[in-house]
Write a protein that binds this ligand. Sequence first.
Ligand SMILES: [Zn+2]
Length: 356
Amino acid sequence: MSGEGADQGDKFVDMVSAKVKVDLRLSDYEPRTQLKLVAHEIRQPRFPVIDFHCHLDAQSPQTVLGVMDACGVERIVNITMRTGQAAIESIDRFHGAAPDRFSTIGWMDWSGIERSDFTQLSLDRLQRLVERGVSGIKFWKDLGLTVRDAGGALLRIDDERLAPIFDKAAELDIPVMFHTADPDAFFTPIDQYNERYEELAAHPDWSFYGLPVTKAALLEQRDRVIARHPRTTFVGAHLAGSSEDLCRVANLLERHPNLYVDISARTAELGRQPYTAREFFIRFADRILFGTDLVPEVAMYRLHYRFLETADEYFEYPSHASRQGRWNIYGLFLPADVLEKLYRGNALKLLRANSR
Ligand SMILES: [Zn+2]
């Protein structure tokens, strides 16, 4: 090259190779899409909805019923986060207000774990909860991560001392819900590569990076329990903890006919992989439960219906105040028979098992 061209560079090459460091603060960056798209508001779901994953302890039954009536929610399963007498009060408050609109899943009570008769104590507690009307028992992510036994050792999810509880659930005909681990991003450093950086910056205590237990190890412990108790029905909350890897969830569902999963708090993940997600929902239509894990609000439910029923593109996912990541979602336009099972049919199978 010689002459003018070499001195001035090439306009096209300059254009395609231009890079710049910007110092706009991430918190101040609020891009607005210029896409002109069709947007549908789905005011009522195609079929009545059972929300299988909600936490209502702080809510008033009457207020929640108002929301449910406004947007076609037939029943909410309240996963009480209380234990002991406080749990009983929560159960009575909701079942007393509208027994045909509320069900309850109990919360595993770790108090007394230092006692030598803790397993029997837990069996008695479970029996009492079921007599009071609960439709399931939930083991939260603290199991495997922070719950410690009398000797101070981390209690593994597949610890044999817990096995009688899972068998008892089968005997009582109630499902065991596991919320195990958390999004993959919570197990990686909170740095510029973390896809949920802003959320974790707001809640650094949600990060499990650097703990001695890996996410893979936690999921393996839980999977072993599901395999060891084929007569017990399990619900893997939040897509069994693997919404970033629906292949893993599919394998798990294939291997274990006693497993269901709920979709709560994972529309952000599902809606950014709409082709994979749609195929997954259709393939496992009999095993997926609708759930939200958010404060019941009309707009929140309608956003879920839009996601599941329409082919709308690139819209905000339902979320709590600190959003999960900087992306938008795409509707799955699920077929009617799949929607019916997801919204209602599969939940009824689990709730009917013990006729509640
Ligand atoms: Zn939850």
